[in-house]
Design a protein around this ligand. Structure first.
Ligand SMILES: NC(=O)c1ccc[n+]([C@@H]2O[C@H](COP(=O)([O-])OP(=O)(O)OC[C@H]3O[C@@H](n4cnc5c(N)ncnc54)[C@H](OP(=O)(O)O)[C@@H]3O)[C@@H](O)[C@H]2O)c1
Length: 245
């Protein structure tokens, strides 16, 4: 039996378990199992792997994406820059860490933008924002990071509201905050919505609902909008490719 799974805490609902279990069934992939490992401490991964040598791949979610790095033998280059791991490949006892959010975001952004390469605003400074920023950097897309807190590497929502030049010159807006997620569907980041134009692109990492309040605001101005569903699928498929490499 080839085994795969997800570590995190708490693991209430899991997209990954549903996705991989359905994938194995739909695609007739036999002898594979995807399990959930709800562990409060990332160190427990060592015990799980010792107890079950059939485990070949692990996805990692909140709160272990950073802590797990100390347990790995190698890190993929992009992952090293990001400082967060959401996928581990176990081969002959060697543990290699990857960040498939980075791959999923990058590979879904490029075809969506087409020939244009607008400057970007990245809303939020959590784990997902790190993968997004590394992808933008790799693509040569300049960006500003927008946060509720002041820091030398980022601007605040107040800075954004007080300088209309920023929205005029940054046409790609990537929401990496959870604002707008079901059931709080009216949630919307505090950007100056009245400054959105038909030249703007909103990429919202939120995928439930499929059209968030922020996406609606951009579409209403004639701009383009995309949710996080394709990124979610691409990051899962990137993990599958890594585990089979
Ligand atoms: N589509 C996909 O494949 C995919 C992949 C990964 C994540 N996601 C989604 O992306 C979102 C963020 O994930 P994450 O892991 O980065 O979460 P996280 O670590 O909790 O970070 C979210 C960031 O958003 C900002 N934020 C949080 N609450 C806020 C609020 N009430 N108002 C304004 N800003 C707020 C914070 O930045 P500041 O404190 O700096 O403002 C925070 O660091 C989640 O909704 C997650 O489901 C989607």
């Amino acid at each position: 039996m080839r085994k795969f799974g997800l570590i995190g805490h708490p693991l209430t609902h899991s997209f990954s378990k549903k996705y991989f279990t359905e994938k194995f069934e739909k695609e007739g992939i036999e002898g594979c199992l995807y399990e959930l490992y709800d562990i409060p401490n990332a160190r427990e991964l060592e015990r799980i792997l010792n107890e079950d040598p059939e485990i070949e791949g692990i996805n990692v979610t909140i709160p272990h994406k950073e802590d797990v790095i100390a347990l790995l033998d190698e890190l993929d280059e992009a992952c090293e820059e990001i400082g967060a791991v959401n996928c581990i490949h176990i081969q002959d006892g060697m543990l290699t860490g990857y960040n498939t959010d980075y791959i999923g975001f990058k590979n879904s952004l490029v075809p969506w933008l087409g020939a244009v390469k607008p400057k970007a605003l990245v809303l939020g400074t959590g784990g997902a924002s790190k993968a997004v920023k590394q992808a933008l950097y790799a693509l040569g897309i300049e960006f500003l990071n927008v946060s509720r807190s002041e820091d030398e590497d980022q601007i605040t929502y107040d800075d954004l509201a007080s300088d209309p030049e920023i929205m005029k010159t940054h046409h790609l807006i990537v929401n990496t905050t959870p604002l707008g997620t079901f059931p709080h569907v009216d949630g919307i980041p505090a950007i100056p919505l009245e400054q959105l134009t038909s030249a703007h692109f909103v990429y919202d990492l939120v995928y439930n609902p499929s059209e968030t309040a922020l996406m609606k605001a951009c579409l209403a101005k004639g701009g383009k909008a995309k949710n996080g569903h394709e990124m979610l699928i691409l990051q899962a498929e990137a993990a599958w490719k890594i585990w089979n490499s």
